[in-house]
Structures are given as structure tokens and as C-alpha cells.
Design a protein around this ligand. Structure first.
Ligand code: HSE
Length: 432
């Protein structure tokens, strides 16, 4: 039986999961890869750190040169995270003749063109299934299995941390801070969870999927995004009353010949598949012109789901499948974008609006007057009797008919300036 030597650079949570799979399930890989995958080296920065996996003697090293200088190692799983030194290490690995497997979406979203060009020049490949939606094989699905389609739209719950936090708040009445702490304890969140909760992580993943699915060349920072940091229990409660849940959605959809892209909390109908995605689960709905609607659901974060995708990429790489798709897809190449981004101000949606208002005569008509002047039609209004001790401010919830994002933004900014409106109002898109 042929033996292919492989290495891991970075033995954190996911790296440890990958090592475990390789060491404990060798037979499985022999069957799929037609050869033995031999873990030759695992590069770490601290040799003394206790590990959750027992590595054979001689595998652990703190020298990258043990990998780059060993021509018998063909493929390397690189799981460090962050931008530097990950970028430099990936270049060194490629330049020393290794094919690379990564889960680092931030690195691809930031330096994809440079890294992919270099890999192409060197005749090497980069596999990145685990960079989006953890264990869900969405990269392979879009890049290969659905390639007979023109993809029309893609809606994703792509950040497990956000989905976990919102689920804890919605289903268990947890506070935002407690839910975030629990997500960190379970290893879903990034080391610095800011990019999880402010929508950046989902935007990075969306930029990768939009690139694959639509040939879009949009930098993740240019994707309009909002996170869940300001989500309040009151909005989850009103949403339920209206027949919805709130989810952080990443959306890419063709409108004519332009691509609408955004990441934001949205109301999704109770009972719909997206509303039922709970805890750290991710989901992606893809609509293709031939296949119709296809759903993907699974764990988008965590040790073994992410390791599952990484090792599958490793198998594809050593048997040569990755090299073929890598060449034909020409990802992040100098080719011009196939689709232009659409101005987000024109993106249409219904909106959920919540204003904390003085319970005085004429306030409702002031607000509806501004909405009317911006051409926004009201579908329903909820205002409950003030509760004892709440002072004379009451929440006023308005559901609109379909309007444009730009009109909703302008109207809400104008309403926020009214003396009768307290604090900043809430405006959330409704996914129908
Ligand atoms: N921190 C990410 C999430 C997992 O919560 O989904 C890795 O992308």
C-alpha cells in the first residue's frame, strides 16, 4: 500500500481534531484515498504545551523547516488562524512544493488573489472547504456539484457563534453576555469574538461563496453588514408575536445582472427551515436555475466538524482531485468579475421597525407621516398598553410593506431626530 506523508502546522482545537482523525481512523482514509495517510510532522510554537492527542514520537516539532525541508511531505494542513504569520507560512509551504489545506477564511478573504496566483505559478493547490460553514460541504457543492447551474441566490446562516447567542437569548432567555461567554467556552467563537458578532466573519465567508458561486470579486469589507451586538430581547419577543424569529443572514442574490450582497440580522418566518436552525448550526439555501432550491445544514464550527472538512480536503488533495478543480475554477485569478455588485440602498425588503416613543397625542402620526413621505407603506402596527413603572415611553412596532433599504434608512434617521422618540430606533429586514 502506497504511503503519502502529510503534516499539520498549528495544533490548536481543529489541528488536534485533524491529528486525532488521522491517527485513530487510518483505515477509513486508506479506503477513500487508496493509500495510507501518514502524519509525519505536527508543527507547534510551544513544544511543552499539554495536548489532547497523543502523537507518535518524533512527530511534534517547533521547526517549520522540518516540513518545508522534507520533500517526502506532499500535503500540509495549515491551521494557525489570523493573517500573519499565516500568509507568510502558506507562501513558504507552497514555495517548498507542498499543496496546502486551510480553514482560514480571513486569510483567503484578505489575501486570496496573492496566494492563489502564487499557488498557480508554482503548480500547487490550496483547498479551503473548512473555511466556510465548518463541516457543511458547501464549497464542494457550489464549486463542483452544482456547476451545471446558474446560481440565482444564496442565503446562509454562516456564523455559529451568532446563531448560538441568538438561540440562547430566544429559547432560553439568556442575556447576550452570558450567551457569548458560553459560545466562547464551547470553542465556537474566534479568539477575539468581535468579528463573529459584528458580522465580519459571515461577510468573509460570504465573499468566498459569492466568488465561487457568482464569480464576484467583492472584498468582504465592501459587503454591507450589521452584526447582532445590538439585538435586544424585546425585538426577539416582538418578532415571535409577529410570527418570526431573528437570524443573522448572509445573502447573495442576483437582481437582473447585478449581485446584491449583505449580512444582517433578519426576521425569518417561524416554521421555515432557516428559523429552525438552532445553536451553533449553520445552514445554506442555494437556488440554482436547474436544480431549484437546495438546503445544507450542519455544524459550522467546533473541533470535529471542522476537522471533518479539513481531512476530506486532505484526501482530495493527495489523490489529485483538488489540483484539477483548482486549475479549472481559476479562483481569485486576474479575470474580471462576472457580475457587478448592486447598490445596497436599492435592495428591497419589508422592514420591522421599533421606536421607543413618548405615549403622547400625535406621536404615531408624526412617525407615519415621515414613513409616508419616504414612500413607505405600513402593513401592521403593534403598540401595547404601557406597563406599570415603564414611565411614559412605549415601544411602537411597525411592519412595513416592501420598500428599499435606502428609503428605510433615511426615514428611520429622520424619525430618530423627533423629540418624541427616545434613543436609536431598530430597523430589521424581513426575509420572506
Ligand atoms: N467563529 C466561527 C463561527 C467559526 O462562529 O461560525 C469558524 O468560522
Amino acid at each position: 500500500m502506497e504511503i503519502t506523508k502529510v503534516a499539520i502546522v498549528g495544533l490548536g482545537t481543529v489541528g488536534t481534531g485533524v491529528a486525532r482523525l488521522l491517527l485513530e481512523h487510518g483505515d477509513r482514509f486508506t479506503r477513500h484515498a487508496g493509500r495510507t495517510l501518514w502524519l509525519e510532522k505536527a508543527v507547534v510554537s510551544d513544544l511543552k504545551k499539554p495536548r489532547d492527542v497523543e502523537l507518535p514520537k518524533g512527530v511534534l516539532t517547533d521547526k517549520l523547516s522540518d516540513v518545508t525541508g522534507n520533500p517526502e511531505i506532499k500535503a500540509v494542513v495549515q491551521l494557525i488562524g489570523g493573517l500573519e504569520p499565516d500568509r507568510t507560512i502558506m507562501l513558504k509551504l507552497l514555495e517548498s512544493g507542498k499543496d496546502v489545506i486551510t480553514a482560514n477564511k480571513a486569510l483567503l478573504a484578505e489575501h486570496g488573489p496573492e496566494l492563489f496566483d502564487r499557488a498557480r505559478e508554482l503548480g500547487r493547490s490550496i483547498a479551503f472547504e473548512a473555511s466556510v460553514a465548518g463541516g457543511i460541504p458547501i464549497v464542494a457543492a457550489i464549486g463542483q456539484c452544482l456547476s451545471s447551474n446558474e446560481i440565482r441566490s444564496l442565503h446562509g446562516i454562516l456564523n455559529g457563534t451568532c446563531n448560538f447567542i441568538v438561540s440562547q437569548m430566544d429559547h432560553h432567555g439568556a442575556s447576550y453576555d452570558d450567551a457569548l461567554r458560553e459560545a466562547q467556552r464551547r470553542g465556537y467563537a474566534e479568539a477575539d469574538p468581535t468579528m463573529d458578532v459584528d458580522g465580519s466573519d459571515a461577510a468573509q465567508k460570504l465573499s468566498i461563496l459569492a466568488h465561487l458561486a457568482f464569480g464576484a470579486r467583492v472584498h468582504w469589507r465592501d459587503i454591507p453588514r450589521e452584526g447582532i451586538q445590538n439585538l435586544q430581547a424585546a425585538d426577539l419577543k416582538f418578532a415571535r408575536e409577529l410570527g418570526f424569529r431573528i437570524k443573522l443572514l448572509a445573502v447573495a442574490q442576483l437582481v437582473g445582472d447585478q449581485l446584491e450582497l449583505h449580512v444582517a440580522p433578519q426576521l425569518v418566518r417561524l416554521g421555515s427551515p432557516l428559523a429552525d436552525v438552532r445553536d451553533a448550526y449553520n445552514a445554506v439555501r442555494v437556488v440554482g436555475d436547474a436544480v431549484g432550491k437546495v438546503w445544507f445544514h450542519g455544524l459550522g464550527a467546533g473541533q470535529m466538524p471542522t476537522a471533518s472538512a479539513v481531512v476530506a480536503d486532505l484526501i482530495d488533495t493527495v489523490v489529485g482531485r483538488t489540483a484539477i478543480t483548482f486549475r479549472t475554477l481559476e479562483l481569485w485569478s486576474q479575470r474580471p468579475a462576472r457580475v457587478a455588485p448592486r447598490d445596497f440602498g436599492m435592495a428591497e425588503s419589508r422592514f420591522y421597525l421599533r421606536f421607543d416613543v413618548d405615549d403622547h397625542p400625535g406621536v404615531l402620526s408624526e412617525i407615519t407621516g415621515i414613513l409616508g413621505r419616504h414612500g413607505i407603506s405600513i402593513a401592521s402596527v403593534i403598540q401595547h398598553e404601557p406597563t406599570a413603572g415603564a414611565g411614559d415611553a412605549v415601544p411602537l412596532v411597525i411592519m412595513t410593506h416592501v420598500t428599499q433599504q435606502g428609503a428605510a434608512d433615511k426615514a428611520v434617521a429622520e424619525i430618530d431626530k423627533l423629540n418624541s422618540v427616545r434613543g436609536r430606533s431598530v430597523r430589521i429586514r424581513v426575509h420572506e
